[in-house]
Write a protein that binds this ligand. Structure first.
Ligand SMILES: [Zn+2]
Length: 137
């Protein structure tokens, strides 16, 4: 099997603020970040699509004790966002101090941007990861 969309291509697109996903030709579900098979039906008939990156916060967690290699990023807030396009993706939330996050975050509209994080001992170099900021009313 081969990757229709590699993680490297996904990361390179993110650096240009383009969120790529994989749309299933069998069930239409969108899978992001890229995997070899559809997250919904495991079909491998996938095509690359560009997503809008807007959605709403479903859940969040404030991180004070970082995993190894991310110590200098703390504190930060990780949100799980349900995109308007369907899939749920995780990213860092900016625009708010992690000590001020409350349950009111849930349901708030956000839009995606990105940040390039330096590589650590587990990766081959810098990679872009999704960031979310509040949608302007
Ligand atoms: Zn599918």
């Amino acid at each position: 099997m081969e990757y229709k969309l590699t993680f490297k291509e996904y990361s390179e697109a993110l650096k240009k603020n383009i969120l790529l996903g994989l749309k299933c030709k069998d069930c239409s579900a969108i899978t992001v970040p890229p995997k070899m098979a559809c997250r919904s039906c495991t079909s491998t008939k996938l095509e690359t699509v560009e997503l809008k990156g807007n959605g709403k916060i479903r859940t969040f967690t404030a991180v004070y004790v970082a995993p190894e290699g991310r110590e200098n990023e703390t504190p930060y807030t990780i949100v799980l966002v349900e995109l308007d396009d369907g899939p749920w993706i995780m990213g860092n939330l900016i625009d708010i101090d992690p000590s001020e996050v409350t349950m009111e975050l849930i349901g708030k509209r956000v839009r995606m941007t990105h940040k390039v994080f330096p590589g650590d001992k587990y990766s081959a170099g810098g990679a872009a990861r999704p960031l979310f900021s509040f949608e302007k009313q």
